[in-house]
Design a protein around this ligand. Sequence first.
Ligand code: ZN
Length: 116
Amino acid sequence: MNKKEMLERFSLLEKRFEELQEDFVTLKKDLVQLVEENHQLAHENHHLRQRLEELSPESAKQGLTEQNQEGDHKSSVGEGYDNLARIYEEGFHICHVYFGTPREEEDCIFCLKFFG
Ligand SMILES: [Zn+2]
């Protein structure tokens, strides 16, 4: 292998190395974005679990009252609606279509059916 060949191979390798570096930078950006998304989803998940725990005892109680005490029924349903309304106000869907996903700033016609 002569000098010229060696230099050509060297510059070729250098070019490949630069391309690899570019790929690496892109990949790193994607990874950062994924980590951020994951963090955001974990946060939302945590938030929704908390809300669900607040709701669950009510739904359980609601089931009991339906069987046992008809008189207490209405207030339990009211509290359930209040909790859903609060989740909606905090910016999450409460409709069956998008339940639990962020609502952005817009009203959702499916969610609004709950209040109708
Ligand atoms: Zn909705």
